[in-house]
Design a protein. Structure first.
Ligand code: NDP
Ligand SMILES: O=C(O)C1=N[C@H](C(=O)O)C[C@H](O)C1
Length: 271
């Protein structure tokens, strides 16, 4: 079987470099192309050298359009506007995508869903096995503990992160809201300040910490009178996200169209 050719968008970024490394460490995939933002000082650099894995003979280019013949699946961990521009190019060229970017608005999410009618897309706010298992544990905890507990979602990330709450925290909120038959848009409370009044049971609270070099930590509290369950995940290396994304790229390589997430890739959907 021939190797799946991967393109990494934003290959000079924190995740981009980890993704290039993960591609070199995985079987059945090879780096075909790498991009960076137009005007970046990194353009022309070898993607492997940038990632610290030695030269790969793939240099960073500014325009994905110029390397469309060099890859089968694009892995994109950049920013919403960049990902949506890449989405249009991939849709036009029939290229599959793995999207890890977070912070999309409703229109952005709708654009991804529409493109998935033509191409295969894995779109997930967190590609780690541990977090995707955590989603399952949260579903169980919410169903068991029900309306007897207060639910709070606390997340911490490095000081460079630009969106809040994290995509993972929001997905955790969706999981528990869905398990409890609540609409997250109606019950979410994003931070508190001043005279807030007593807490309403049905609300789901989000607290955000941005500090230092924290890779990514999420903790969900189910707090009752007399006891509290905490379900937590801590990432200590970006390679956990990167290797998950490369696994997703191999998986989507066999699917022509449709939108999927890591629950599908990991076979967790029906657990
Ligand atoms: N799903 C998951 O498992 C995970 C998701 N993420 C998400 O991934 C995204 C990126 O995170 P992170 O790597 O920390 O961020 P970085 O800012 O380090 O990386 C993003 C990179 O994309 C580049 N970029 C911006 N626009 C373009 C463009 N048009 N073409 C090509 N490259 C472009 C940026 O360049 P420049 O800096 O010059 O603008 C930067 O190098 C975030 O949304 C984050 O939340 C992160 C970790 C895990
Ligand atoms: O920006 C990050 O770093 C991360 N972003 C993702 C998110 O928003 O959930 C996933 C991970 O926690 C790291």
């Amino acid at each position: 079987m021939t190797d799946i050719r991967i393109a990494v968008a934003g290959a000079g970024g924190r995740m981009g470099r980890a993704l290039v490394q993960a591609v070199t460490e995985a079987d059945g995939v090879v780096l075909g192309a790498a991009t960076e933002r137009a005007g970046s000082s990194l353009l022309g650099t070898d993607a492997g050298e940038l990632a610290g894995v030695g030269a790969l003979g793939v240099t960073l280019v500014a325009e994905l359009a110029t390397v469309l013949d060099d890859f089968d699946v694009l892995i994109d961990f950049t920013a919403p506007a960049a990902t949506l521009a890449h989405l249009e190019l991939c849709r036009g060229a029939g290229k599959r995508m793995v999207i890890g970017t977070t912070g999309f608005d409703e229109a952005g999410r709708a654009a991804i869903a529409a493109a998935a009618e033509s191409i295969g897309i894995v779109f997930a706010p967190n590609m780690s096995v541990g977090v995707n298992l955590t989603f399952k544990l949260l579903d169980i905890a919410a169903r068991v503990l029900g309306d007897e507990v207060d639910i709070e979602i606390i997340e911490a990330h490095h000081r460079h992160k630009v969106d809040a709450p994290s995509g993972t925290a929001l997905r955790m909120g969706e999981v528990v809201a869905e398990a409890l038959g609540r609409d997250l848009d109606e019950v979410a409370v994003y931070g508190r300040e001043g005279h807030t009044g007593a807490r309403e049971r049905r609300t789901i609270g989000f607290e955000t910490i941005r500090a230092g070099d924290v890779v990514g930590e999420h903790s969900v509290w189910f707090a009752a009178e007399g006891e509290r369950v905490e379900i937590a995940h801590k990432a200590s290396s970006r390679m956990t996200f990167a290797s998950g994304a490369v696994r997703a790229a191999g998986w989507i390589g066999a699917r022509a169209r449709g939108q999927f997430d890591m629950q599908d890739v990991l076979g967790l959907r029906d657990y």
